[in-house]
Design a protein around this ligand. Structure first.
Ligand code: ZN
Length: 157
């Protein structure tokens, strides 16, 4: 395992459409392991492969229930709406106000290529949307209403 460098949104890799994973081999497993370690060290909620410079459709998520690996994820269904604070490891020190679905259901492959579905609400739904956007070259600052001020962040705790 190894920690990888997290690129900022100034890097062109963050603005490219990623290609699907075709080989579920040791190289993919190493990438997933490295991404999990990088996410945990950064204390983040989600990390997409382009954030570590790999233009493949791979995401790791940890909303407090352990690492969830999503390979070639697609959005199946969304419902409701939530507007709240959102941040990104590639936009350090800043948070924006972003409206997302309240519930999101994705279909993805695991590290061995088996398909599964995962559904979540609130933070999990926000995270699924945020990370899937990364795979299409979209950073939250492109879909946010505005950045939050320091005063607002203090109030939100
Ligand atoms: Zn992000």
């Amino acid at each position: 395992m190894g920690k990888r460098k997290i690129l900022t949104d100034k890097d062109p890799a963050l603005h490219k459409v990623c290609r699907p994973v075709e080989k579920f081999d040791g190289r993919l497993h190493k990438l997933l392991d490295d991404m999990a370690e990088t996410l945990e060290e950064a204390n983040g909620v989600g990390l997409a492969a382009p954030q570590v410079g790999i233009l493949r459709r791979v995401v790791v998520v940890d909303t407090g229930e352990g690492i969830l690996e999503l390979v070639n994820p697609t959005m199946l269904e969304t419902a409701g709406e939530q507007t709240g604070m959102e941040g990104c490891l590639s936009v350090p020190g800043k948070y924006g106000l972003v409206t997302r679905p309240y519930i999101a259901k994705v279909r993805a492959q695991d590290r061995y290529g088996d398909w599964f579905e995962a559904e979540g609400e609130e933070l999990i739904a926000r995270c699924f949307c945020h990370e899937l956007d990364h795979l299409d070259g979209i950073v939250y600052t492109q879909v946010m209403e505005r950045f939050l001020t320091d005063e607002e962040l203090e109030e939100m705790g």
